[in-house]
Design a protein around this ligand. Structure first.
Ligand code: ADP
Ligand code: MG
Length: 374
């Protein structure tokens, strides 16, 4: 008998404003997919080869794109699939402390090279009361006040990491809590590389699945609008989107490193899953103007993207120059050090979107951080 993986998947149909449920089947032998409409009890998509889905993308909690539909995998469809694909998948919280937020690119490189993926991310300012809640278990320790004060002294980046044994892998990557010990015992760890002392020790990682659940709920609550707010400032800014193809190719860390190395300040950062209706709305000005408009929409809603507010005088102009020409061939010839020259594949999968017109910088940043962040 041929192997077949089964999932229950949800898709939000914007036209009908309905959540639709499907059984999604994946046949690893030939990489084909099949969909069955649960409510209407009929085949929705006959078994078809689809090379954009890979076995490693298939686990509950992930989103996959099937012929331009973003499907949420919400349950395993049978025991065979749960045993084969679900056994060791975990989610954990990774928190990057204020002094090393500028090292986020390097840290992401280490995360991706450990086979973990980033499924959520948000830059936020914690109040001291929020920081106190987060470190509740250390309330009675002598370093508690300093720790809380430091963690609320500037923006932090919270991330949900996902993968096989994500919790212990991230803690191993962090290394021993004291950077001096880390440098002796785990010189490759992030605390050894970027840590200063017991308080300034790069970051935090959940230490149990229960803690991970609590801490993830704290930063990324299931009730929209209840989490700590983003850090966007909406002045002297431009909008940069690291596109879904670049995220899934594991280029996020490299792109963030390039942006920082070029001297740009990232004043807000957040991952979004953009649905088709919002992608169409965001790109509205290109409709009928740019021939690539439909493909741009499809790309933007094909998976998670990372949106940045880049802050500084004249950034709409200088950052746009740094992104380079939209066509990568031209970029590689004329502007070989630009983001597009380095990281894009074609005119649509061109690594990043950046604001075109200076007067649109604030509007585009608002679209994500005010409207979509809810
Ligand atoms: P970890 O962060 O590796 O889980 P702990 O849970 O033991 O480590 O401690 C939580 C945080 O409290 C640490 O990341 C560190 O910033 C701080 N901390 C722990 N021990 C000390 C110490 N002796 N001096 C200063 N800060 C400390
Ligand atoms: Mg701890």
């Amino acid at each position: 008998m041929e192997d077949r993986f089964a999932f229950l998947a949800e898709w939000y149909d914007p036209t009908a404003a309905l959540l639709r449920r499907y059984q999604l089947f994946y046949y690893p032998k030939d990489g084909s997919v099949e969909m069955f409409d649960v409510k209407n009890q009929r085949i929705f998509l006959r078994r078809t080869k689809y090379d954009k889905i890979h076995q490693e993308d298939l686990f509950v909690g992930n989103r996959v794109n099937v012929f331009s539909r973003q499907l949420n995998l919400i349950e395993y469809g049978d025991q065979f699939t749960a045993n084969k694909l679900g056994s060791k998948k975990e989610r954990t919280l990774a928190l990057i402390k204020p002094d090393v937020v500028t090292k986020i690119g390097d840290i992401l490189e280490l995360i991706y090279s450990s086979n973990l993926i980033v499924t959520k991310a948000k830059m936020t300012n914690l109040t001291s009361s929020q920081a106190g809640d987060l470190y509740m278990e250390h309330q009675t320790k002598p370093f508690f006040t300093n720790l809380v004060q430091f963690v609320s002294s500037g923006p932090v980046v919270a991330m949900e990491l996902m993968g096989d044994e994500a919790m212990s892998i991230w803690r191993r990557l962090l290394g021993p809590a004291d950077p001096a010990v880390a440098r002796r015992e785990a010189p490759q760890s992030v605390r050894a590389q970027f840590g200063t002392d017991g308080i300034k020790n790069v970051g935090h990682g959940s230490d149990s699945l229960a803690a991970a659940a609590r801490e993830l709920e704290f930063f990324f609550p299931s009730t929209i609008g209840y989490g700590p707010s983003n850090t966007a400032i909406y002045t002297d800014c431009t909008c940069c989107i690291i596109k879904p193809h670049a995220i899934s190719e594991g280029l996020t860390g490299k792109i963030l490193n390039s942006i920082s190395a070029a001297g740009f300040e990232i004043s807000a950062l957040q991952m979004f899953n953009v649905d088709r209706a919002n992608a169409e709305e965001f790109y509205e000005v290109y409709k009928g103007v740019v021939t690539e408009y439909p493909s741009m929409v499809t790309e933007l809603c094909s998976g998670p993207c990372m949106v940045l507010e880049i802050h500084g005088t004249d950034t709409p102009k200088t950052f746009r120059e740094f992104c380079g020409p939209a066509d990568p061939e031209i970029a590689r010839h004329l502007r070989p050090t630009t983001l597009r020259a380095l990281y894009s594949k074609d005119k649509v999968k061109n690594a990043v979107h950046c604001t075109d017109l200076p007067e649109d910088g604030v509007l585009e940043v608002q679209y994500f951080f005010k409207i979509l962040d809810g």
